[in-house]
Design a protein around this ligand. Structure first.
Ligand code: 5GP
Ligand code: ZN
Length: 112
C-alpha cells in the first residue's frame, strides 16, 4: 500500500527494531514507547483495521495472538502480565491506518 508507513517498514524502506518475523506477520519495537515493553505486531498484508478483515481471513488474527504469546514467552514478560491494544478508527485515536496490535508491559499499567 503506497504511503503506508507500516508497509514501508515491512518492505524495508523504513528501518525498524524487529523482534519477530515470519511470512505473515512482523513485530517491532514502537518508536515512541509508553512502557518498558512496547511492541507492535502487524500483518504483512495491508488492512486498515479489523473492520476490513473478512470473515474468511480471520485466521490472521488468531496467528497474531499466537505470536504475541510467543514473543511474551521469548522475551520473558509472560509471567508479569501485559496488555494487548488494538485501536480501531477515529474514536480510538488510531493514527497509523495499517492494523497493529500493541503489546504493552514491563510495569503496572493503569486502566483506562
Ligand atoms: P495507534 O495510535 O495508531 O494505535 O499507534 C501507532 C503507533 O505507531 C504509535 O505508538 C507510534 O509510536 C508508532 N509508530 C508510528 N510511526 C512509527 C515508525 O515509523 N516506527 C515505529 N517503530 N513505530 C511507529
Ligand atoms: Zn500498510
Amino acid at each position: 500500500m503506497e504511503n503506508c508507513i507500516f508497509c514501508k517498514i515491512i518492505n524495508g524502506e523504513i528501518p525498524s527494531n524487529k523482534v519477530y518475523e515470519d511470512e505473515k506477520v512482523l513485530a517491532f519495537k514502537d518508536i515512541n514507547p509508553i512502557a518498558p515493553v512496547h511492541i507492535l505486531v502487524i500483518p504483512k498484508k495491508h488492512y486498515e483495521s479489523i473492520i476490513d478483515i473478512q470473515d474468511n481471513e480471520m485466521e490472521i488474527v488468531a496467528h497474531i495472538h499466537k505470536i504475541i504469546n510467543k514473543i511474551a514467552d521469548d522475551m520473558n514478560f509472560k509471567e508479569d502480565g501485559f496488555r494487548i491494544v488494538n485501536n480501531c478508527g477515529e474514536n480510538a485515536g488510531q493514527e497509523v491506518k495499517h492494523i497493529h496490535y500493541h503489546i504493552i508491559g514491563g510495569k503496572t499499567l493503569n486502566w483506562p
